[in-house]
Design a protein around this ligand. Structure first.
Ligand SMILES: Nc1nc2c(ncn2[C@@H]2O[C@H](COP(=O)(O)OP(=O)(O)O[C@H]3O[C@H](CO)[C@@H](O)[C@H](O)[C@@H]3O)[C@@H](O)[C@H]2O)c(=O)[nH]1
Ligand SMILES: [Mg+2]
Length: 194
């Protein structure tokens, strides 16, 4: 829907090599009443979904570990990141996506999931909106070893650990992925494993 404080939106494609990077110029009406011409580079990879898998009885969670090049280029010593299971939506709805990604990445076929948040990942630069879920797993839901899709060169380690260990990693700086921090804090605040 058009807005009275924004006009002349023009997109120039900078790259569609894998995902879409556009240069977006637009006129924006500032609160002081002046129109300014503004430029933003905007990266569009679609939306994503992520999930914290938890087992109340065992008081455990399942996380993943994988190499993330962008973090390696910015201060993450070995480039590996401990994360929730997550994936991009493709053409799926968020629920179908996260059930599929969970099975691919961790090997667990979930029966039910709960949506807890919807939030923009990096609103200054990316269009991506993340759909956050939590889901209970039990040992009998394991249908394969996980690890990701081999022909997409995914190489994912599945980490099942006590919830308290995950919280320690959160507090001592070993978990540095925002999405993972969000869902572990959700679990603490809502006493998910109690
Ligand atoms: N060739 C190539 N492949 C790519 C590229 N970028 C991603 N891929 C492939 O695209 C797939 C992405 O896997 P997903 O599990 O769907 O996504 P994800 O990388 O785990 O992303 C999740 O976390 C991101 C945050 O780090 C989120 O941004 C994203 O929405 C999602 O939740 C992987 O197979 C990866 O190899 C690229 O530039 N080139
Ligand atoms: Mg993934």
């Amino acid at each position: 829907m058009p807005k009275e404080y924004i006009k002349n939106i023009k997109k120039t494609l900078l790259s569609d090599n894998y995902y879409i990077l556009n240069k977006v110029t637009f006129d924006y009406l500032m609160k002081n009443g002046r129109w300014v011409n503004t430029m933003r580079e905007v990266y569009d990879r679609g939306d994503g979904a992520g999930i914290l898998l938890y087992n109340k009885k065992k008081r455990t969670v399942i996380l993943t570990k994988q190499f993330r090049m962008p973090t390696y280029l910015n201060d993450n010593e070995d480039g590996f990141l401990v994360e929730i299971a997550a994936g991009m939506l493709d053409k799926d709805n968020p629920e179908a996506c996260i059930i599929r990604e969970t099975e691919e990445e961790t090997g667990y076929r979930l029966k039910s999931i709960e949506k807890v948040y919807e939030a923009y990942s990096s609103p200054g630069v990316m269009t991506e909106k993340m759909h956050f879920f939590v889901g209970e797993y039990t040992d009998d839901m394991k249908v394969n070893n996980g690890g990701g899709v081999a022909n997409e060169h995914e190489d994912i380690e599945v980490l099942e650990m006590p919830f308290n260990e995950a919280i320690d990693k959160l507090h001592n700086g070993q978990i540095v992925d925002t999405r993972t921090i969000v869902l572990l804090q959700y679990a603490i605040i809502n006493k998910l494993l109690e």
